[in-house]
Design a protein around this ligand. Structure first.
Ligand SMILES: [Zn+2]
Length: 371
């Protein structure tokens, strides 16, 4: 019997928190895992070598953006997304659903799919479940995601209709998939409504996927609502498959959502805040543009082992940031990604050693100290 291309081993649990290992054709992903976002087939300001150095085991690519530019067929001709972007580790591509519902113009949703105009040149396109699977098969990521509809989180009637479409589309995505070496994740939706979240988790696990994404959160709802949604959804999902919370990735969200049974995360926060001159730290966020760092000889985060903190002062990074030097973006991105990837790794070790709750308490004690 040949080994399956995709496999998840749950190694330990501590409360709801989990430590596991995902096997893919391009290598292993230790979980909990944070996935740096490579929107345009690049994690902004980072080479694949830099990504390996900060400890990334998987990166995310955006189907919507890559379909529009440079085109999934071109990427397939050039050997697929791994080869195109020079990253030989695992890749996850999202379905493009979120971008269509947040970025594209003149959307029209029907039962068959969604037509929209490109945010770049206004050209008209249509995403059906079959089409987004074909695009993701051309891109060739290790993990691909079903087309889903992201409804406004607090509109019940809209969520009921969107959920029906999302569920039908999920079945069609599963039927359309032809490649055996890609894992397919379904997307649980349902906004902030407990009954809809439960219905979605039950429906999708009934269809059966290789893993489950949880979408439509971190879009303006309260933390309590996000946590409540997870507390309903994760106990319904199969224990022997990975759970991926889409678009969530502050240090505190990572800790609190791992505590509620999540295994995988992605977020533009570490890369986007870096370009705004901000650093994420264990005690909170600091903005290096602030004049108080002008003569500060300390590293961004004392004790941090990243390349930036072991070589440069806050004063130097502040100088690069205020003069808008490219290196400033790079150095802040290195630090921010290193921090999130380190927290994910520390949580994994804590779960494996049965001390996750102690880790969580220590994490929150650090937050209360001034930055
Ligand atoms: Zn650092």
């Amino acid at each position: 019997m040949t080994k399956p291309a995709f496999e998840f081993n749950l190694l330990a649990t501590d409360g709801q928190a989990r430590a596991g290992l995902i096997h893919t054709p391009h290598g292993e992903i230790p979980t909990p895992a944070f996935m740096p976002v490579g929107t345009q087939a690049t994690v902004k300001a980072m080479t694949p070598r830099d990504l390996h150095d900060v400890g990334a085991s998987i990166v995310l690519g955006n189907t919507y953006h890559l379909y529009l530019r440079p085109g999934d067929e071109l990427i397939a001709e050039l050997g697929g997304l791994h080869k195109f972007m020079g990253w030989d580790g695992p890749i996850l591509t999202d379905s493009g659903g979120y971008q269509v519902f947040s970025l594209a113009q003149r959307r029209k949703v029907g039962s068959d799919g969604v037509t929209f105009r490109s945010h770049i040149d206004g050209s008209e396109h249509c995403f059906t479940p079959e089409k987004v699977i074909a695009i993701q098969e051309n891109l060739g990521a290790d993990i691909i995601v079903c087309l889903d509809e992201c409804a406004p989180a607090d509109d019940y009637d809209y969520n009921v209709q969107a959920l029906n479409r999302t569920h039908t589309w999920a079945q069609r995505c599963k039927a359309a998939k032809t490649r055996a070496n890609q894992a397919l994740f379904g997307v649980v939706q349902g906004g902030v409504f407990p009954d809809l979240r439960e219905q979605s988790a039950r429906f999708l696990t009934g269809v059966g996927f290789d893993g489950y994404a949880i979408g439509g959160l971190s879009v303006g709802e309260t933390k309590e609502q996000m946590h409540a949604a997870l507390e309903i959804v994760t106990p319904i999902l199969p224990t022997d498959q990975p759970r991926y919370l889409m678009g969530v990735g502050t240090p505190e969200d990572l800790v609190e959502c791992v505590a509620r049974g999540v295994d995988m995360f992605d977020c533009v926060l570490p890369t986007r805040t870096a370009r705004n001159g901000s650093a994420l730290t264990r005690t909170g966020r600091i903005n290096l543009r602030n004049a108080r760092f002008a003569d500060d000889a300390q590293p961004i985060e004392p004790g941090c082992t990243c390349y930036t903190c072991t070589h440069f002062s806050r004063a130097y990074v502040r100088h690069l940031t205020t003069t808008n030097e490219i290196l400033g973006h790079h150095l802040l991105t290195v630090h921010n990604l290193h921090l999130l990837l380190t927290i994910a790794r520390e949580m994994r070790e804590a779960v494996l050693e049965g001390r996750f709750q102690t880790y969580r308490q220590a994490f929150w004690q650090m937050r209360e100290q001034p930055a």
